[in-house]
Design a protein around this ligand. Structure first.
Ligand code: SF4
Length: 450
């Protein structure tokens, strides 16, 4: 780690580049009509991925950056699940066949807040409207504190084969400060229950940079998690944006680690996971050597989408639910953010699209460069530009930021091949930003690069 660079580049507010351009650039010019046209134009040989958003939780974690709200009663959740089923029908009817689906992801919020019967009905709707391939990955985000045996069985019966469990930190002081008390035993019980039910793919989510968190407590959390041997870990830095997420104001700012300490925690977690036998994938994922994500990294087929690093290679993502984002060859679409407005739109038989972004050829070129940099810590600009009918020299010459990164030893250029230097990998978002033509208008909306 180079503290001089961490202090300089690490202070910048930059996108995580789970899409390009990023969501702040979406506009109301894209609505239901455009989405319907884009759906009708899905190529005949295409397959798709589905994302279903369930924006409800039983209690709010103060660090949360997701689109979610607290539901103490079950009724709004069952009404919302019914709206999701209607949306699946509505969207699939725009396509002139049963589109093949290779990935399904239930995110939140807490998808497992639904009643087991409601989840089974939802899976039934998906299978009725789409052809879910037998080898499809069906993944669900899980709050281990509230996972019941009945829900575990419903997940397994529905064909779920990957579960992402929120863990964050086992340090009791950190847990109290973020309003998320979750013992090791509860996490172990959920993990073992899922495995017993036949759900073999297990991911754990960890966070560093939380209030009162230290390198020692991060290492202790990793040590405990490693005993349960999940296949994958996602390790995110806490993004403190109280201006946009009001519940984050309950976090004591004085207890937050500074930029350098955050970086130490990130490095300590990475080192401990590697020592425990995991392979680092991109910026913030870790996987066992035999895992599909590790193979994707090795084969150069690793991708990045709204959930982070993924083995999902489809270029079509259909998003369902309030705030859900979809991606089609023509561009991005996003649904109504509020659950009430979303449900009203669907009940009226209208696609709930309220904004989006039509991709230009330049966006597609830059999106591919940024995705390769985020996945591989490098990119062959010559090859990528050739695929898009463009000249790499123009791309290289158009970025003053890139020249600074080269001068500071963060990037090495060999012909038209670019690589992030090993001790600068933590600044990969800064390197990706060198190819972001939309950056200036959205900087204040993002988290710090380190
Ligand atoms: S359970 Fe997850 S989505 Fe719900 S409030 Fe906590 S962090 Fe946010």
């Amino acid at each position: 780690m180079r503290p001089d660079l961490a202090a300089c580049y690490g202070q910048e507010r930059l996108p995580r580049y789970t899409s390009y351009p990023t969501a702040p650039h979406f506009s109301a010019a894209i609505g239901p009509g455009t989405y319907a046209e884009w759906l009708k134009a899905i190529p005949r040989n295409a397959s798709a991925s589905l994302y279903l958003h369930v924006p409800f939780c039983r209690a709010m974690c103060w660090y949360c950056g997701c689109h979610t709200s607290v539901a103490r009663r079950d009724e709004p959740i069952s009404v919302y699940a019914a709206a999701l089923r209607c949306e699946i029908d509505l969207v699939s009817r725009q396509i002139d066949r049963r589109l093949q689906v290779d990935h399904v992801h239930f995110g939140g919020g807490t998808p497992t807040i639904m009643a087991p019967e409601a989840f089974a009905d939802l899976i039934g709707s998906i299978r009725h409207s789409f052809f879910v391939s037998p080898a499809a990955e069906i993944a669900v985000e899980i709050d281990p504190r509230r996972l019941t045996r009945q829900m575990t069985e419903a997940l397994a019966y529905g064909g779920v084969n990957r579960a992402s469990l929120g863990v964050q930190s086992f340090d009791p002081a950190v847990q109290r400060a973020i309003n998320r008390v979750q013992s090791f035993e509860v996490t172990a019980e959920a993990t073992e229950g899922l495995r017993r039910a036949g759900i073999a793919g297990i991911n754990f989510d960890l966070i560093y940079g939380l209030p009162h968190q230290t390198v020692a407590s991060c290492l202790d959390t990793v040590r405990q998690c490693a005993q349960l041997r999940p296949d994958r870990f996602s390790v995110f830095g806490y993004a403190h944006v109280p201006a946009f997420k009001k519940h984050q104001r309950k976090i004591e700012e004085a207890a937050l680690p500074n930029s350098l300490e955050r970086h130490r925690q990130s490095e300590a977690v990475a080192g401990a996971l590697i020592e425990a036998g995991y392979v680092q994938i991109g910026l913030d994922h870790f996987a066992l050597p035999g895992d599909g994500m590790t193979s994707a990294l090795r084969d150069g087929t690793l991708r990045r989408n709204f959930q982070g690093y993924t083995t999902d290679v489809s270029n079509i993502l259909l998003g369902f639910g309030a705030s859900a984002i979809g991606r089609l060859p023509q561009g991005y679409v996003q649904n109504e953010v509020g659950t009430r407005a979303y449900s009203q739109s669907i009940a009226a038989g209208r696609l709930a699209t309220v904004k989006g972004y039509p991709l230009t050829n330049d966006d597609r070129l830059r999106a591919e460069i940024i995705e390769r940099i985020m996945c591989d810590f490098g990119a062959d600009l010559g090859q990528i530009c050739a695929r898009h009918g463009s000249a790499p020299e123009a791309m290289l010459g158009s970025s003053p930021r890139l020249q600074d990164l080269i001068s500071d030893g963060i990037v090495e250029l060999n012909g038209t091949s670019l690589a992030v230097t090993d001790d600068s990998r933590f600044l990969v978002r800064s390197v990706a930003a060198a190819f972001d033509a939309h950056l200036d208008g959205s900087k204040q909306l993002h988290s710090r690069a380190v």
